[in-house]
Design a protein around this ligand. Structure first.
Ligand code: 3PY
Ligand code: MG
Length: 251
């Protein structure tokens, strides 16, 4: 799995969020070389049903499919993993209990209590050996927690002590709102809070990720050791390309 391989080598990975429901668009993103894709079920029109073909399209070009679920609940997490997502990203983690809940829902026993069903895509619709399915799923499923509020930042030390977290992802937009400067993702208070998360997570050897919208911001976080870099959203990248093309042709 490309994302895990990159993380093992401490190499950065770059991928957009996806709010498109079209597998062809996902294939283009993979063909362009992106490392991972975050299929967004928190914002935008996608459903678990539309996401299954998006997962397939991502895997065709070795792009790691992650699903951002709409909320921290067992059923959303197990459905995302059942359709074959190789990681779940869960918004609004505010305390240790929230983090424990995610790990429990994302991992089979003995690491957690993920609901068991073998008749799903992740288990090859029952074609996969049972024991191998449990073992490989536990090994290869990434648990990604979003810290994006004051409360999550205050409780970060306790959150980071929970076993089974692979990546702490900072959501700059929700964080800026929680800090009273909505949308100002480059406000010094937001940047300082983000840097404190980066430092604490790195001290505990937990990979950090965040969302960026410019190459400059990507480089800034990369230089601070952030390895999971989500760059824009597929529809936004497509809009940029359309605008650039039209303006080039018109002028
Ligand atoms: C946020 O910024 O709040 C996110 O969730 C990612 O863009
Ligand atoms: Mg958010």
């Amino acid at each position: 799995m490309k994302l895990i391989k990159n993380l093992e080598k401490s190499e950065i990975s770059i991928g957009p969020f996806s709010k498109s429901s079209d597998p062809s668009i996902i294939e283009c993103i993979g063909l362009a070389g992106f490392d991972f894709l975050i299929i967004d079920l928190e914002h935008g029109p996608n459903t678990i049903e539309s996401s299954q073909n998006l997962v397939r399209a991502a895997l065709l070009h070795e792009m790691t499919p992650i699903i951002r679920v709409s909320e921290n609940n067992e059923s959303s997490i197990s459905k995302a993993l059942d359709i074959g997502a190789q990681g779940v990203q869960v918004p609004q983690i505010n305390n240790k209990q929230d983090a424990i809940k995610v790990v429990r829902a994302a991992k089979f026993s003995p690491l957690g209590e993920r609901g068991v069903c073998r008749y799903v895509r992740a288990a090859g619709f029952s074609s996969k050996d049972k024991n191998l399915y449990f073992e490989e799923s536990n090994q290869n499923t990434l648990v990604i927690l979003q810290i994006e509020g004051k409360e999550g930042i205050e409780n970060l030390d306790n959150i980071l002590d929970v076993n089974g977290i692979d990546i702490i992802f900072i959501g700059p937009y929700d964080l800026s709102q929680s800090l009273g400067v909505p949308g100002q993702t480059n406000h010094p208070e937001v940047i300082n809070a983000m840097k404190s998360v980066v430092n604490k997570a790195k001290q505990k050897n937990i990979v950090v990720g965040t969302f960026v919208e410019t190459p400059e911001d990507l480089n800034m976080w990369k230089d601070l050791g952030v390895l999971y870099l989500s760059y824009k959203v597929d529809v936004g990248i497509f809009y940029d390309a359309c605008k650039f093309t039209y303006q080039t042709l018109k002028n």
